[in-house]
Ligand binder design. Structure first.
Ligand code: ATP
Ligand code: MG
Length: 570
């Protein structure tokens, strides 16, 4: 028998108005539909409906983690500073780590993540290669004193995370474990009924594809990601690549270099219009400051520089576009007339530039440009590399199909840690030869509470939430529209029992409220299927069964209710 709960007995404080403090739709709807309430900045109470969503999601996580070979445990939230000193993060972590001192003057912190605690546990208790691998996870409340907690559950200070850590004897083992977790994550988010992608994340330091972020696709996401129409290629914009773009004028013989007057024409649009050429003919020369040092960066006229790619190429901590005065000072040329021919700056260029023929560039003097510029013949660059932003005109690097730029919410992140923590904290085991070795680690996070918010960002309409069935607080809601004089309540009881007996969690709206209010609240709360027992039952013996997502409605006899509900749920 599944759960049956009565609206009249539950705490579901729905609101008529959208609270002013909520900027994004998930935050607005979680408040309006009575799922959460704020206690203080970035800290929320989960009311019964929200807790049911969390529990459903957690159940999916637990099943798939078990299938992936991970074991659940529960670690303390309070952590001693000494462990964090060992890893070096007491100093490095910064003010997101909430630190405090207890009555014995011992320094502690609230856990924002648990690498230190788990590494300590394993080094004390796992001593031999025979006990490896170990893959341990927990589902727990985390605290991070985020500088800007916002968007409700999306970025809280206190939030629920599933965090897992793996310990293997060697690289090959760690990579196999990583794969299993990747597959488990794919199953978890697919089972939730969410549209999502696993994207290769920019790790900067680690090679190979051993860091993936799991992104729920939603227009309101903080991250821009590139996804393929044809295959499962997906990447963060900072990492996305593409097939080489077609070259304008490909096959033309190189023509003679020519200087042309372009008085007052500076922008790509102005210059190419004036000269009657496509922006794809122009080589744009931009000056960036890499940790303060100027460098000229070339991209095709219709392309944009991707700053993270540039930063990685130059090995810089920070890159920023130079302002007009800095450009004039560094290059000796006003903005709009720079070019690579005779440029006095260090020059790097995007790969596409290398293949351009008879291009247009600035002439490195005011009011003039050059035509028929050919890379190699007329200028050289220090390095060609992929430096540009992928666009929707580009083709997938894997399959050649079209690409789409979309936005995503990071709900999970898996990462190969290697021996960073085991070395810092001297966590070792004895291998088959009796030699001491450091554990090779991985870590695997899921933003459990954030996923609930992300699910709403992706699934809502003007009337409210539209829960994907696997994480909905209830599968079906039954509206009891009886008046005191009829026998509808008994009919409702029968339906509810049948639904619960067939494996569905049921919310019965038994409140003494007008039908209009019940309909509005049902839409707002977003339970996948609604069953209405009202006047129509009394007149025609029929019950209305309606799907929240698309409004598909069936009018069925009592005996057909369960089948109709199950049918609409699939
Ligand atoms: P972000 O870039 O969003 O700050 P992060 O890189 O700090 O995330 P991790 O340390 O990898 O995140 O944490 C694992 C997961 O926990 C993230 O993928 C995200 O889904 C979730 N998460 C992180 N910070 C928060 C937060 N402040 N509120 C809610 N969920 C969070
Ligand atoms: Mg963060």
């Amino acid at each position: 028998m599944n759960d049956v709960m009565r609206f009249s007995e539950l705490l579901i404080p729905t609101l008529k108005e959208t609270p002013a403090e909520a900027e994004v739709v998930s935050h607005q709807l979680l408040l309006r539909a009575g799922f959460i309430r704020k206690l203080t900045s970035g800290v929320y109470s989960y009311l019964p409906l929200a807790l049911r969503c969390l529990r459903k999601f957690e159940a999916i996580i637990r099943e798939e983690m078990a299938r992936g070979g991970a074991q659940e445990l529960l670690l303390p939230m309070v952590q001693p500073a000494d462990l964090w000193r060992e890893s070096g993060r007491w100093r490095k972590y910064g003010p997101e780590l909430l630190r405090f001192t207890d009555r014995h003057e011992r320094e502690s912190c609230l856990g924002p993540t648990h690498e230190e605690v788990i590494t300590d546990l394993v080094r004390m208790n796992v001593h031999s290669y025979r006990d490896l691998p170990k893959n341990l996870y927990q589902i727990q409340t985390k605290f991070r004193d985020e500088i800007r907690p916002r968007f409700g559950l999306m970025r809280g200070r206190e939030f629920i995370m599933k965090d897992g850590y793996s310990f293997d004897a060697d690289e090959a083992g760690a990579e196999a474990t990583y794969r299993r977790m990747y597959d488990a994550y794919m199953r978890i988010f697919a089972r939730c009924g969410l549209a999502f992608r696993a994207v290769e994340a920019d790790t900067g330091t680690i090679g190979g594809s051993f860091s993936h972020e799991f992104m729920v696709l939603a227009d309101t996401g903080e991250d821009t990601i590139v996804v393929c129409h044809g295959c499962d290629y997906a990447a963060n914009l900072e990492k996305a690549t593409c097939r080489p773009a077609p070259v304008v004028g490909a096959g033309e013989p190189p023509a003679e270099l020519e200087k042309v007057a372009t008085p007052g024409k500076r922008s790509v649009a102005e210059v190419t219009e004036f000269l009657g050429v496509s922006p794809k003919r122009l080589i744009k020369t931009l000056v960036y400051l890499a940790d303060g040092d100027p460098v000229a960066v070339l991209v095709r006229g219709d392309h944009e520089v991707q700053p993270v790619k540039l930063q990685n190429l130059l090995g810089a901590l920070e890159v920023e576009l130079a302002d007009d005065a800095a450009v004039q000072e560094a290059a000796g040329v006003p903005v709009g007339y720079l070019g690579p021919v005779g440029c006095r700056l260090r020059v790097v260029a995007d790969l596409e530039v290398q293949r351009m023929v008879n291009a247009v560039t600035g002439a490195n003097e005011p009011d003039a440009h050059l035509r028929n510029v050919n890379p190699g013949r007329d200028f050289t660059v220090e390095q060609y590399a992929d430096l540009r932003m992928v666009t929707e005109e580009d083709r997938c690097p894997r399959c050649g199909a079209g690409l789409r730029l979309t936005r995503g919410i990071e709900v999970g992140h898996i990462f190969k840690l290697g021996t960073a923590y085991s070395e810092a904290m001297e966590a070792t085991f004895l291998d088959a030869e009796g030699k001491q070795r450091h554990f090779v680690m991985g870590c695997y996070g899921i933003g459990v509470s954030r996923t609930i918010a992300a699910a709403i960002e992706q699934n809502h309409d003007a009337d409210g939430i539209v829960w994907p069935a696997p994480i909905a607080p209830f599968a079906v809601t039954v509206l009891d529209l009886s008046t005191r004089k009829d026998n509808v309540s008994e009919v409702v009881d029968g339906i509810v029992q049948d639904l619960a007996a067939s494996g569905l969690d049921v919310l019965v709206d038994d409140r003494n409220e007008r039908p209009g209010i019940k309909f509005k609240d049902a839409d707002l709360i977003g339970i996948p299927v609604r069953v209405t027992v009202g006047r129509r039952y009394l007149s025609e013996g029929r019950v209305e069964v309606r799907r929240r997502r698309d409004g598909e409605t069936l009018n069925v006899e009592l005996a057909g209710v369960v089948d109709a509900v199950l049918g609409l749920l699939t």
